[in-house]
Write a protein that binds this ligand. Structure first.
Ligand code: FMN
Length: 170
């Protein structure tokens, strides 16, 4: 039987929610359960060995507001032994100096709490200046830009999910 994956997301204008649904559907077979971060308990993370964390960047380099509200709770959650993949949504033309920063902020915190990052993604095909989500020349996870590159969203999700199936050892 395949492992269960918990996908925890925040969204303000709905884009990250639809990306989360597309990722769930691409995995297929009820493997992925969606959790909206505004209504989760800390214990909800415990049952999953494989996690996907999805957050848009808002207000010039900041977390989406529900993730902002949950951020200090992460200090009390043990992510050791868990594989954690990240998804960001952002706007590279509007915010080229803070593109995808939220993904970097969350990955740093969750890694400190023991999570092992999987699902790194190339920066080729994007045009921006700076991002907290880039480490060693790669994004820490899947970068989706619905504002400027919505035509690439589907193929990016397909390719990343196929990569993750291997990295999650499904
Ligand atoms: C006021 C405002 C500030 C934003 N700041 C950033 C930013 O700093 N970096 C970034 O990559 N995107 C930024 N964005 C773009 C959003 O992250 C993007 O539209 C995202 O897909 C929204 O996701 P949601 O619909 O799930 O809330 C900003 C958008 C707005 C309207």
């Amino acid at each position: 039987m395949s492992k269960a994956i918990g996908l925890f997301y925040g969204t303000t204008t709905g884009k990250t929610e639809s990306v989360a649904e597309m990722i769930r559907d691409e995995f297929g077979g009820n493997i992925v359960t969606l959790h909206e971060i505004g209504s989760v308990e800390n214990d909800d993370f415990a049952e999953y060995e494989c996690l996907i964390i999805a957050c848009p960047t808002w207000n010039i380099g900041e977390l989406q507001s529900d993730w902002e509200g949950f951020f200090t709770e992460l200090d009390d959650i043990d992510f050791s032994g868990k594989k954690v993949a990240y998804v960001g949504t952002g706007d590279q033309e509007g915010y080229p100096d803070n593109f995808m920063d939220a993904m970097g902020i969350l990955a740093e915190k969750i890694s400190e709490q023991g999570g092992e990052t999987v699902g790194y993604w190339p920066i080729e095909g994007y045009d921006f200046n700076e991002s907290k989500a880039v480490v060693n020349g790669k994004f820490l996870g899947l970068a989706i830009d619905e504002d400027n590159q919505s035509d690439r969203t589907e193929s990016r999700i397909k390719s990343w999910v196929s990569q993750l199936k291997k990295e999650f050892s499904l």
